[in-house]
Design a protein. Structure first.
Length: 214
């Protein structure tokens, strides 16, 4: 009997082998779909975890950039009767600021948030030279005409805004860019913004930045 079965299998290679109880050893279409769904879910979870880890690293780097920028700005102010360098408008470009800090800021990358993806706010030597930096700067002469910038910054803040060392420690000096109705660079927060204060501290707000602005 065993010889007959072996002979049959040899002569009929297309016949599928069966396990005990007569069940086929091959995957059914449903089982294959379930395996694919599980693999897709695992890939999605790994991608999400990797994205969050990268953003956390970018958050740390962003705060470090703002601290270094603060050191340069406040050192410049000490050499200029305590008055911070003034720019034109909040959203730039800021060629006068970059030119003033040239000997105080040794790495131009500190002007750029590593989480930023907007084309006009990414680092390049040419962008830095032209003052197209990635951060907002708040020691400015007049409100911006850019209607994408929050109405709050255009209308509720008194311009010109001249900042001096010894002023309100919590006054904002620079921050991540933020616009009305749009996401900020730090995408895992609702409106995540890191900001530099006149005291040299770097703080974070995760809701509407206008509520924390001083």
């Amino acid at each position: 009997m065993a010889r007959r079965r072996a002979k049959c299998l040899t002569l009929c290679p297309n016949v599928r082998s069966e396990g005990r109880g007569g069940r086929r050893a091959a995957f059914t279409l449903l089982e294959l779909l379930i395996v694919c769904a599980v693999l897709a879910l695992l890939a999605s979870l790994l991608l999400s975890a990797g994205s969050r880890a990268l953003e956390e690293a970018h958050q740390v780097e962003c705060r470090s950039n703002l601290r270094h920028l603060g050191v340069g700005i406040l050192t410049w102010a000490k050499d200029h009767d305590g008055l911070l360098p003034a720019s034109d408008v909040v959203d730039g470009p800021h060629p006068a600021l970059v030119a003033a800090l040239k000997t105080y800021v040794d790495d131009q990358r500190v002007y750029y948030c590593p989480s930023e993806t907007a084309e006009g706010r990414l680092y390049s030597p040419e962008a830095a030279e032209a003052g197209r930096i990635g951060y907002f700067y708040y020691a400015c002469e007049r409100p911006t005409p850019n209607r994408l910038v929050s109405t709050f910054l255009r209308s509720n803040v008194a311009w010109p805004r001249r900042l001096r060392t010894g002023g309100a420690a919590r006054a904002w000096v620079a921050s991540d860019a933020w616009f009305s109705g749009g996401p900020t660079a730090h995408r895992f927060e609702k409106k995540g913004v890191n900001y530099l204060t006149l005291s040299g501290d770097v703080r974070t707000v995760t809701e509407s930045p206008r509520e924390a602005f001083e």
